[in-house]
Design a protein around this ligand. Structure first.
Ligand code: ZN
Length: 326
């Protein structure tokens, strides 16, 4: 009986979703280098959740109620203008979940509420069946927890150039996979209207780059950002920021951390995450002829178009073209 009770308790704990009652999101308005450095120092405290990069003119930070007094004390030593952007995060979480089945039961794809991973993958498979001359669906590998890393290739068989789009590398950015599936819908189901761009480019779209994290945001922690990989760190912290895990100037910028408990943990080594390594393994040979003309990755939130680089303030040689493209 004891064992049975314990099992029930474990099941209950596993299904419990983290709540954000009283969590506030503060919007800071840093002006000076000292302000930015102060925020960077604050970011080392993993109880604070930075919703944006540390930047001017605004930096948004989620603060648990248990830390608000301490934060205000710290700010009294270095005042930075700020106001409350969201007074209670849980209210928004509840609002967002409205209309979504709690048990995650399957639903046909739509774009007026968010969908679980299985809906997204089912949608890709349906398109492959319905539009066999236009769509190919395949997996480029498996996530840490064994989920398929599913890609869709949209090709009318005419183009010689390719475009890559990935979404959902940060688990909690739900609008990102939703945007990717919307683009897929427009290119496939609305092919006649978009024939020009489908005939000009083959589209490789990876709508859920971090499926373990994405599912975890639905079942446990809405604000989870990283993968779910576990390297046995003594602190018990798990997960890597896959967007800090690529083997290009790895750990070479202030926005990455070597602390496994940080939301911007870059992983124990470049491409430690199966989710990023799979992209490299797929793309390098696929782009051996240089046929990929664009690599786009969709994040949220901000109405921003970010172009390389991130690790240096130097501009790439084709920067003017990138700006022109926007
Ligand atoms: Zn992101």
């Amino acid at each position: 009986m004891k064992k049975y009770c314990l099992l029930l308790l474990v099941a209950f704990v596993a299904a419990e979703q983290q709540r954000y009652d009283g969590y506030e999101v503060l919007r800071f308005y840093p002006e000076t280098h000292e302000d930015l450095a102060f925020l960077a120092e604050l970011r080392k405290d993993n109880r604070l959740d930075f919703w944006t990069e540390i930047r001017r003119p605004t930096t948004d930070v989620m603060v648990p109620p248990s830390m608000m007094n301490e934060l205000q004390r710290l700010l009294s030593s270095h005042p930075i203008a700020h106001d409350t952007m969201i007074p209670d995060v849980q209210k928004l979480v509840d609002l967002q979940r409205a209309g979504m089945p709690e048990d995650g039961s399957p639903r046909a794809m739509s774009w007026d509420s968010y969908h679980r991973l299985s809906d997204i993958h089912d949608y890709l498979d349906e398109l492959a069946v319905t539009y066999p001359d236009l769509v190919t669906v395949f997996s480029i590998g498996e996530s840490f927890e064994g989920r398929d890393l599913k890609m869709i290739k949209i090709s009318s068989g005419v183009a010689t150039q390719k475009i890559w789009i990935d979404a959902g590398i940060h688990a909690r950015e739900w609008i990102s996979p939703a945007t990717a599936t919307y683009i897929i819908r427009e290119l496939v189901e609305n092919y006649d209207a978009n024939k020009d761009i489908v005939d000009t480019f083959d589209w490789y779209i990876f709508p859920s780059h971090n499926p373990d994290g994405y599912e975890y945001t639905h079942t446990n922690v809405r604000m989870w950002r990283k993968t779910r990989s576990d390297y046995g760190d003594p602190s018990g912290c798990i997960g890597t920021d896959p967007n800090r895990n690529f083997d290009y100037h790895w750990m070479d910028a202030p926005g990455a951390s070597d602390n496994p408990c940080s939301d911007i943990f870059a992983g124990p080594e470049p491409f430690s995450e199966s989710e990023t390594a799979a992209v490299e393994t797929f793309l390098i040979p696929e782009n051996a002829d240089g046929s990929f003309k664009a690599f786009l990755t969709i994040h949220s939130y901000a109405q921003m178009w970010l172009s390389p680089w991130s690790w240096t303030l130097e501009l790439p040689v084709d920067y003017d073209d990138l700006v022109c493209f926007t």
